[in-house]
Unconditional design. Sequence first.
Length: 215
Amino acid sequence: MHRGDKFAGENASSWPVTEREHDCNIDPNWLDDWFDYVNKSQGIERTLISYEQLCMIRNPTGGCTLLENVFLEARLSDLRAEKSYWLSPKFYYLNECRSTTEGGFSDLGNLISQWELKFEWLADKQRYIHHALQAFNDDFDAILQSKAMPAGWHELKAILLSTPIISMEVAHTYLEASSFMLLQVKHVSSLDDMTVFECTAVFKLWERWDNIMKF
């Protein structure tokens, strides 16, 4: 934002918030103050406040752009405990992206309250997603109740969860495990009828997750 961006401090006269119809003005030094605030911010409340401020700088009529989303995700990532994860609060608005302030910076208590609602909503989503994954694991591993676990079972299942379609080479690498997983053979016509293996159970899990995020 400092160099080459139209919202850099030296281009402050062209920021949307300085346009006459908005009846407001922000001194170019204000952006430097914002950077100082961000660099000293460690807690989640200060992160959310700085995010809302950034939304107001770049679009005072409400809403946010990709830059604000990336900023928020990066700041939240810094706050997450090692190896932990939470859904982005931007999922709260699935079809539109807007800040909490919407046309004016609200009082701090109301701003934090609105963000708390978003995180509570996301906590419920994460709980449903986790339960769906548990049900998948139970069904997927049911075959092991009557058979010894083949070599590479957990490794191949992890691969399938991220990539439900695997090549013949991957299947052969985990041959013992893949032979037990009831993978469907497919031929990709656009790739000279290349043979691949598809795990429909993972696609069903993804569909459940997608439906969870929609309601």
